[in-house]
Design a protein around this ligand. Structure first.
Ligand code: SF4
Length: 293
């Protein structure tokens, strides 16, 4: 299982990308900001989720660019490193390329640079992370390019490349849909880049992926929001699993649980390791349910 962490960033994204999928959700991203309301509770929920799940990759991303607030990113990456399994990898996605400092990149196994215009490629500096990825968001600025031309523009060759097609919001954001219609990369370029991607993969030096379903979360990843709960998709207005701090779980269970003869059970009699969420098996915990808050 992979997990995406929506970084709790204040306000609108400064990058204002006209194709941003964060502006294409009916819920309007109006979720509780537990990080700012009660940081201890937020990190407590994060510990419970990340210690209990068998995660392959954790992606730090957002409905605003995470590096809009580098201090928040540092804090979150440190917490993730403390509580995730050693086998998990942690990746940062960003469009603010010049904020990927050595200090930031050393905290991640992978950095994914979102690039929506080839002119941005030459200024990207090689980060300290083990793996680097260029995520080409195929606007019409890519028209006429082939993969080798894009690689030649860089200061370094990334280990991974992803091509992403612009997608419509299906009329949730009509202005954005119109922009996407007018600024998608032309089909001839898409076909050439797709063919280049296949050839590059056969060479085996760079891993290239063609992604035209990045917004579909099913079976690919789940989402940890700024309210500290888990969601099946970016579109869902309600969590798949409400992650509760341990004390709240004990209180909630004590108010509802009775023994065989109908008497209520005291909180002290409940083994906290048996309780992890109130949404059943929506997202199963595979490891122990250790909680430290
Ligand atoms: S940088 Fe990312 S979050 Fe910000 S506007 Fe662009 S696509 Fe949206």
């Amino acid at each position: 299982m992979n997990l995406q962490v929506i970084t709790p960033i204040c306000g609108q994204c400064v990058m204002n990308c006209p194709y941003c999928m964060a502006n294409a959700h009916e819920h309007g991203n109006k979720f509780q900001d537990l990080y700012r309301e009660n940081k201890d509770a937020y990190f407590g929920k994060m510990r419970r989720v990340f210690r209990g799940m068998d995660l392959n990759t954790i992606v730090v991303t957002g409905t605003a660019d995470p590096l809009q607030e580098p201090e928040v990113v540092k804090e979150i990456s440190q917490m993730l490193k403390e509580c995730m399994k050693p086998s998990s990898t942690i990746e940062l996605q960003t469009r603010i390329h010049n904020r990927v400092t050595d200090e930031i990149s050393q905290q991640f196994d992978a950095i994914a640079f979102s690039i929506d215009n080839p002119k941005q490629i030459p200024s990207i500096k090689k980060p300290q992370s083990k793996v680097n990825r260029f995520v080409f968001i195929l606007t019409d600025a890519f028209n006429g390019y082939n993969l080798q031309q894009l690689l030649d523009m860089g200061q370094f060759t990334p280990e991974q490349i992803t091509f992403k097609i612009l997608v419509s919001s299906n009329e949730i954001n009509c202005k954005q849909d119109e922009w996407v219609r007018q600024h998608n990369c032309d089909l001839a370029t898409q076909e050439r880049l797709k063919s280049d991607a296949e050839k590059e993969n056969k060479k085996g030096k760079i891993s290239v992926r063609w992604d035209d379903t990045c917004w579909i979360a099913d079976n690919r990843y789940i989402v940890f929001r700024q309210d500290g709960d888990l969601y099946h998709t970016w579109d869902d207005p309600e969590p798949a699993m409400i992650v509760r701090p341990m004390e709240a779980q004990i209180k909630a269970r004590a108010s509802t649980i009775t023994n065989k003869s109908g008497a209520s059970i005291k909180p002290s009699a409940i083994n906290p390791k048996r309780s992890c969420c109130d949404a059943g098996n929506a997202v199963p915990y595979l490891g122990d349910n250790e909680a430290s808050i």
